[in-house]
Write a new protein. Sequence first.
Length: 455
Amino acid sequence: MVHVTDKNITVLGAGRSGISAAILLAKHDAKVLVSDSNANNKSSDLMRIFDEHGISYEFGQHSRKILESDFVILSPGIPTTSNVVQLLYERDIPVYSEIEAASWFTESPIIAVTGSNGKTTTTTLIADMLERSGIPAVACGNIGHSFSSAVYTAIVSGSHPMYVTEVSSFQLETTKDFRPKVAVLLNITPDHLDRYDSFLDYALTKCRVLINQEKEDFAVLNRDDKIINEHAKTKAYVIPVSKEKLPDSIAYLDGETFSFRLNNQWHNLDKNDIKLFGIHNEYNIASAASAVSPFIKDHEGVFSSLRNFKTIPHRIEFAGEAGNIRFYNDSKGTNTDSVKMAIRSFTSPLHLILGGRDKNNDFRELAPYLSKNDKLYLIGEASDKIMEQLKEFDPIPCGNLETAVMKAFGEAHPGDAILLSPACASYDQYKNFEERGDHFKQLVKTIMDLGNESK
C-alpha cells in the first residue's frame, strides 16, 4: 500500500472514477485536489460533495498547483499523451490509475476482467456466481460503479467483499503494482485505435493486467484468441478457455451442454437452461466459471447463476416485439468485432442499425457476416464511411436513430429482427452508449404502445 496521509495528491478529471478516488483518498487523510479542464463539469452539487470531504478543486484549467503533487491519479478519459500528463512525466511526478489507487486500500481478493468485448457481462456474471455461492462480492470498475467507490463503501460499512473489477485498456495504461488474484483476458480485437499508436500497442496494454501476477495467482485466458496466445505472458497458473475441452479446462460448452469441473469432478448443465443469449456469451460463461473456481466449494452457485442470469442492458438485449418483429438493443457494440458476434447470434433476416462516432474501424470486416437478406440503416458521423465500405448492401442513410428505427420497422417482415449494434461510439449524438440504448428502447416502446401490428 502507498502511504497517502498528508500527501499532496491531484486527481485529474472529475468524472465518476475521479470523484470516487478523491473521496477515498481524502478518507485516508490525503490532501486532495481535483483538477478538471472542463468548466462545464462544475456544479453546485459536486462542489458540495468536495467541500463535505475537505477536497480542493479547480475547473476550466489544470493550474500549476498540480506540479506540487507528490503523485497524481489519472482518470481514464485523459490519455497519457495529453500535454498535462506529459508535463507531469517531465517533472518526474508519479501518475497512477484509479484502479491502482483503489487497490491500495483493500486486502480482499480482486478478480480483474478485461478484453475488447464481453467485459461487463462477464464481470457481472462472476459477481453473481460468487454471491450465489455464498461469497460476498461486488461488481465494479469500468461498469458504472467505480472500484474506488466500491472500496470506500466497504470501508464505511465494515464489510469485506471480493471485488470483481472490469478494467479497460485506458485504466491499465498507468498501473504500476496492480495485482489481481485472478486476471481474466477475454479477447483482444481492434478497438480504440483512435487512442493508440497501433493495434499492437493496444493489445500490449490489455496484457498489462497480467504483469504483476505471481505463481499463486490465476490467469483465465482465451486460448482461441491468436493475439492473447502471442502476447499474454504471466507467472500465474493459467486456466484456459476454449470452444474445445483442453487438458486444463475447467469450463466449456460442447454442443448442448455446459461442463464445469470442480474438485476433479465434472458437472453438466443443459444449454437450454442457460438464460444468456448469443454465441459470444459461451466464452463469457466459461471464463466466468473458470474465474470463480478457485474460491467456491461446489457447483450449485454457478449453475443457479446460469439458470437465472439474463443479458445485461445494452448487450443484445431483447427490447420488445411488434407484429412478430423482434427488436434487440446492442448499443454497447461499439466496434466491428462486437457486432460480428451479435450478427452471428441471429438466424432470421436482420435489419442492422450502424453508425455513430468512428473509432477508426474497418467496416468492411462486417461484410462476410451479412447476407443478401439483411438490410443496413446508417446514423451519425460515420454514415458516409460505412456507406462507402459496405455499398454492396445498399445501406439506407437515416441520420438519426428515430428515423432508422422507423424505417427498419417499415421494411421488416414478420419473423425478422431489428438490431441496434452500431460498431461506433455514441458521443456524436449521445452522452454515452447507455443513453443511446435507452433511446432505442423508448422508440421500441412507442411502436408497441401505438399497436403497430398490422404487418
